[in-house]
Design a protein around this ligand. Structure first.
Ligand code: KIV
Length: 281
């Protein structure tokens, strides 16, 4: 087994100018495959709501769902740093529950760190979780849990005032002690400036190539989710086509009596079969 990636190693990558690779995972089989590909960080994202559970908003998943999936991913991940998204209900609905909920992700699911999206009490909550000894990844720019307040799923920081807000939020999170920060859906030149101004790594999604690392939702990358595809989500393979092909083939084989064949069935000793047939009459 190769050694586990640590928070310190992630931070060193920025100093060494090595790009950080982050992908989401929600279950055991995909988490194992991704971990074998040597990604640096695996994120149990609350995008679980959209790409796995068929819900419309990430605010619709809670502690129960996130813990359930984080545990499955933990069983699979041997190498990458394991980060979990704190669901909306766990820290924005009642900030006083945030530390206790973050502790559950570490103690019950074995996660290495938590990720929190920016909101009005973000600095206070982040500071409390870090004081409790849990590493925190920040998330600024487009924050899906509060997308309604941002005017929907739109690029953030397009004008000087809102760009300044993104930069200030990221700087404040660094000051609070976050070990890295996700920059979602902001103009590439802004992400580049934020990345230069921060000493902690920035992980971009829809934020151009000037970030210290990149994250994608795995289901987007693999072509497993096509209900909604943002501009920044590049499909590297089209697994939905392969899956549809395989499932259609199976349906046809069953309907034509071609499956299961001899190779996928169990034989019986002919003498025993004869005996059984006789006795069972
Ligand atoms: O939930 C998620 O998958 C995320 C990434 C898009 C960063 O937060």
């Amino acid at each position: 087994m190769s050694e586990r990636v640590t928070v310190r190693q992630i931070q060193e990558k920025k100093r060494k100018k090595e790009k950080i690779v982050v992908l989401t995972a929600y279950d055991y089989p995909l988490a194992s495959l991704i971990d074998r590909c040597a990604v640096d960080i695996i994120l149990v994202g609350d995008s679980l709501a959209n790409v796995v559970l068929g819900l419309d908003s990430t605010t619709q998943v809670g502690m129960m769902e996130m813990l359930h999936h984080a545990k499955a991913v933990r069983r699979a991940v041997k190498r990458a740093l394991l980060v979990v998204d704190m669901p909306f209900e766990s820290y924005q609905m009642d900030p006083s529950r945030a530390v206790a909920n973050a502790k559950r992700f570490v103690q019950e699911a074995g996660c290495d760190a938590v990720k929190l999206e920016w909101f009005d009490r973000c600095l206070e909550v982040t500071g409390n979780i870090i004081k409790a000894g849990i590493p925190v990844m920040g998330h600024v720019g487009l924050t899906p849990q509060t997308a309604g307040q941002l005017g929907g799923f739109k690029v953030q920081g397009k004008d000087a005032t809102s760009a300044q807000k993104v930069l200030e939020s990221a700087l404040a999170l660094e000051k609070k002690g976050c070990f890295s920060v996700v920059l979602e859906c902001i103009p590439a030149p802004l992400a580049e400036i934020v990345t230069q101004r921060l000493s902690i790594p920035t992980i971009g999604i829809g934020a151009g190539k000037g970030c210290d690392g990149q994250v994608l939702v795995t289901h987007d990358l693999l072509g497993l989710f096509d209900r909604f595809t943002p501009k920044f989500a590049k499909q590297y393979v089209h697994l939905n086509n392969s899956i549809e092909k395989g499932v259609t083939h199976f349906c046809n084989d069953v309907r034509r009596g071609k499956f299961p064949d001899k190779a996928h069935s169990y034989a019986m000793n002919p003498e025993e079969l004869k005996k059984f047939k006789k006795e069972s009459k």
